[in-house]
Design a protein around this ligand. Structure first.
Ligand SMILES: O=C(CO)[C@H](O)[C@H](O)COP(=O)(O)O
Length: 223
């Protein structure tokens, strides 16, 4: 089977019990912690910052933390997340003044860097910086809120991103985020995704282990 990773988005967790919630999804079989950062400027919502990332590390979370920055500007805050224990830091190209510089800044801070593509954002942004990218994140909803419906045009974009990544020869992960459920995870894997962000589908389910197990069973059908 391909190296699939399931990344619960803590946006849908119970924030009053965040440490316990993250521990619970990891014990239930999740691979990566997806950490959504919103600034009420680039997106119309406000969430959490580096202090919370650091608190998760202090709580004993050792899994990779994948910080998705929905903030503008990017360069001022990215190093703070590196210091707080992030492993991946991804950002939206429209939110950075100098995309190449921001990617390099994240790598210089010791993290893996990535670009996030909104439903209407072209993958052209990848062309001249692909050597500095460790993750491509395709948004299958408009960013800002959990629990939205999957936008089907993301499937074509995933296929295009998969072609670009494979042609580049770089070991870049291809992540999908927004409206991912047990009943569509197989389809997005077939379109080329290898990393699956799921917020409401996991955190609003009765049993995290059963839900993650069912997601893995769907992925196993892809091979
Ligand atoms: O980045 C996000 C929203 O901007 C969230 O990660 C995403 O929407 C996950 O939530 P759900 O799985 O409930 O759609």
């Amino acid at each position: 089977m391909a190296d699939y990773k399931i990344a619960p988005s803590i946006l849908s967790a119970d924030f009053a019990r965040l440490g316990e919630e993250v521990t619970a999804v990891l014990e239930a079989g999740a691979d990566i912690v997806h950490f959504d950062v919103m600034d009420n400027h680039y997106v119309p919502n406000l969430t959490i910052g580096p202090l919370v990332c650091e608190a998760l590390r202090k709580h004993g979370i050792t899994a990779d933390i994948d910080v998705h920055l929905m903030v503008k500007p990017v360069d001022r805050i990215a190093p703070d997340f590196a210091k707080a224990g992030a492993n991946y830091i991804t950002f939206h190209p429209e939110a950075s003044e100098h995309i190449d510089r921001t990617l390099q800044l994240i790598r210089d801070e010791g993290c893996k860097s990535g670009l996030v593509f909104n439903p209407a954002t072209s993958l052209d942004y990848l062309k001249y910086v692909i050597d500095k990218v460790d993750m491509v994140l395709i948004m299958s909803v408009n960013p800002g809120f959990g629990g939205q419906k999957f936008i089907p045009t993301a499937l074509d974009k995933l296929r295009e991103a998969r072609r670009i990544i494979d042609a580049s020869g770089y070991p870049i992960r291809l992540e999908i985020d927004g409206g991912i459920k047990i009943d569509n995870i197989q389809q997005v894997a077939m379109a080329g995704a290898d990393t699956f962000v799921a917020g409401s589908a996991i955190f609003q389910s009765e049993n995290y282990k059963t839900t993650i197990g069912e997601m893995r069973a769907e992925l196993a059908k892809v091979g």
